[in-house]
Structures are given as C-alpha cells and as structure tokens.
Design a protein around this ligand. Structure first.
Ligand SMILES: Nc1nc2c(c(=O)[nH]1)N[C@H]1C(S)=C(S)[C@@H](COP(=O)(O)O)O[C@H]1N2
Ligand SMILES: [Mo]
Length: 392
C-alpha cells in the first residue's frame, strides 16, 4: 500500500515586491579601486582642511584660557595655514565630484537595506556626503562673501567640520579592508585586466588631477603671490586695491566718514588713561615692520607698516607686561568693531598701531587714521579705524 504524504497547509504567500527598474552599471571605473585612488586624495585634502580650519578657528575665537597663550610667531603662520585651508578646500571640490561619480551606482543597490549593519552603513555614508558637500560649498561661498543661508557661517561651518571628521573616520574604519586591498599599485589576488582596465582608470585619474591642478593654479595666487599672474578665479587679486593691498570692508561700507585729523583722538584706558592726537601719536617712536594681512577668506598679502608699538601705548597707560587689550573701532556697527588681543600679541614688538602703509599715510579704506597690525593673526582681527584701546 502506498502511503500518501499528508496534505500540509500551504505556507502563506508573501506579497511580492515588484522588481524596480533600476539602472545597471557595467563600467569598471565605479569600482572600489577607483574609489580608493580618489578617496585617498580627497581624504588627505579634507584632513589638511580640517587641521588648518581648527587652527584658524582657535586663532580667531580662542577660549579664555588660551587667549594669552596664542603664539604671535611665526609672523606669517596664519598666512600659510589659512592659505592652505582655502586651497585644500577648493582642491577637494573636484575630488569630491569625482568620488561621488565613482560610487553613485551604490545608490541603486537592491534590496536597499539588507540588515541593520547595512542600514547603519548607508546612513553613515549619507551623513558623510551631506557634511562634505555642506563644508566645501559653504566654505567656497564664504570666500566670495556670499551668505545665502539663515545661519551664522563660522559656528556652523566649525561644528559641521567635526561632524565631517567623525564621518570620515568612521567611513575609513568601515572600508578599511577594501582600502587596504586597493591601496597599493597592484594587489596580489585581484583579478585585474590591465589591458582593458588600466588606460581608462589612468585617464580618469589624469582628468581629476588636471581639474584639481586647474582650480588650484587659478586661485592659489590670491595668497601665493608668485602665482598671482594665474589668479583668474579667486575673488581677490593681491595687487587690486588702494596702496597695492586688497580691501574687504571699505570705509564707506563701514559707515566711517572722512574724518578730519583734528577731530580724531586715540583714547587709551588703563590705570593712567590718556588721549593723543594724530600729531602726538606721530611724534612717539615709530617702527616699521613687514607683516601680511591674511584674510580668513583666503587672500593674503605682505606689506610694510609704520606706527607705534602697541606695547609702548599700553605701558604708558600703566599696564602690566602681561596685559591684554580691547580695541574699539570708530565703525558704529559690524562684527569686527571690537577686538580683543591676548598678551602674547600685545607685547610682541611687531604689533603696531599703524599710521602708514608702504611708506604713505593709511588710506581711508585701510583704516585711517590708525589701525592694528599684528603678526600671525587672522585679517578680521586687524582692526581698522581705531578709536580706543582699553587695557584688560
Ligand atoms: N573696524 C574694522 N576693521 C576691520 C574690518 C572691519 O570690517 N571693520 N575688516 C577686517 C578684515 S575681514 C580684513 S581681511 C582686514 C583687511 O584689511 P585691509 O582692508 O586693510 O586690507 O581688515 C580687518 N579690519
Ligand atoms: Mo578678512
């Protein structure tokens, strides 16, 4: 007798997810090897941009405990770090485009989420891409002083910088096995067909290097003056401006009207407060120093400044050698009207209340009658149109 298998109830049918129509990619340039080649340059640029950005932030906004410890030397330090910050950020833009092009087929993986781990990985990549795009584009727009957003640039750019750093570290950790496998020239065990694959990849990488070179060459001259002839795309040219020096905020924009030297007084507040006319200031011992203006937006230029040492002015007010100073501008509004300077800068013999630029009286746009010039400081802190100094 034949035994018939018992009839089992049919398992319930799962609803079928219709297969979506997804693009398919057969190109070999969307692979991990290309992603690694471009990724390491992009990672290097982001790392350099991050470190120089943190330096810039703490030079501009030091916490109280750091303000008196900031080094005023080398005098050209900020010029170099901020030049590198802006150049590495600009160079990272073509690298980011190339990297995103290489990996974008991953957007279409199916099923979109395979596991919790996969979901977390995709989320971390989304954060990475968003933070990288945000940082590079807000930074670029800042170099042209265009702020088409409702938030304040500096704190948000700084905070998202840390988010980007975290996302990059996590990404490198997650991808470490693939990065290691594709880092070297040719890894053993990889089946590569150089005849088919090699020239394409080389062409792509050559194109990327050419793009980075082109944007760097046409912008770096805003700070690296030997390249100024090629400075076609940067918002500033180091030679364009009154007295051979660019200007960010003109006297007119700052609402500082043409002053008569007779009405102006420098007020110094301290234990022995005093006032000086421009003639009296000019009669004090004058010093000439060569120092750059290095704007946070990436342009910089060295110039010869003549004026009175800030430390002499503070000493005369009875300040102790470790005193810091607050400087107030004639400007009535504006983020840079009031500036504080830690004692490291205030007692540096190169720090001047300058009256002359390149041998001539300061022009109104460069801060007439008097402006601050200090070594190794962001341009935003080189206060123009000084009216008052307060020992603190
Ligand atoms: N009072 C005042 N000082 C200021 C500014 C300002 O807006 N107000 N701009 C600063 C910025 S951003 C820079 S880069 C330098 C530029 O100096 P320069 O115009 O003499 O080149 O001045 C700084 N001094
Ligand atoms: Mo600036």
């Amino acid at each position: 007798m034949k035994l018939r298998p018992p009839r089992l109830p049919r398992p319930p049918r799962l609803p079928r997810i219709p297969a979506p129509v997804l693009p398919s990619f057969s190109g070999r340039l969307h692979d991990a090897r290309t992603a690694t080649s471009i990724g390491r340059w992009l990672g290097g640029a982001i790392a350099l941009c991050f470190v120089t950005g943190v330096i810039s932030h703490y030079l501009q906004h030091p916490p109280d405990w750091l303000a008196d410890e900031l080094p005023s030397r080398p005098s050209w330090g900020y010029r170099v770090t901020q030049g590198l910050h802006v150049a590495s950020g600009i160079g990272a833009i073509p690298l980011l485009f190339a990297k995103l092009w290489t990996v974008y087929p991953r957007l279409f993986v199916w099923p979109p989420l395979r596991s919790v781990r996969h979901a977390l990985e995709r989320l971390s990549v989304a954060v990475l891409v968003a933070a990288a795009v945000f940082e590079l584009f807000t930074g670029l727009l800042n170099t042209v002083q265009w702020y088409p957003w409702p938030f304040s640039f500096v704190p948000v750019h700084f905070a998202v910088g840390w988010l980007l750093l975290g996302a990059v570290v996590l990404h490198v950790a997650v991808k470490y096995p693939e990065i290691r496998e594709h880092w070297g020239r040719r890894s053993p065990g990889t089946l590569e067909l150089p005849a088919v694959d090699g020239p394409d990849r080389r062409s792509l990488l050559t194109g990327v290097v050419a793009a980075v070179g082109a944007v760097t060459l046409t912008t770096a001259g805003q700070s690296l003056t030997p390249l100024k002839r090629f400075d076609l795309l940067a918002p500033r040219h180091p030679d364009h401006g009154p007295q051979g020096l660019p200007v960010n905020r003109t006297a007119a924009a700052a609402g500082v009207s043409r002053l008569s030297a007779r009405d102006w007084r420098l007020t110094v507040l301290g234990r022995n407060s005093y006032e000086l006319t421009l003639d009296e200031l000019g009669a004090l011992p004058q010093y000439t120093v060569t120092l750059p203006i290095a704007c946070v937006e990436g342009w910089s230029k060295s110039a010869k400044w003549t004026g009175v040492r800030v430390r002499d002015l503070l000493e005369r007010a009875g300040a102790r050698p470790d005193a810091a100073v607050r400087v107030v501008s004639l400007e009535r509004r504006g983020a840079y009207r009031v500036m504080e300077m830690g004692s490291g800068y205030a007692r540096d013999p190169l720090t001047l209340l300058a009256l002359c630029l390149n041998g001539r009286q300061l022009s109104p746009d460069h801060g007439y009658p008097a402006r601050i010039i200090a070594p190794n400081r962001p341009g935003v802190l080189q206060t123009k149109w000084v009216a008052r100094m307060e020992v603190i």
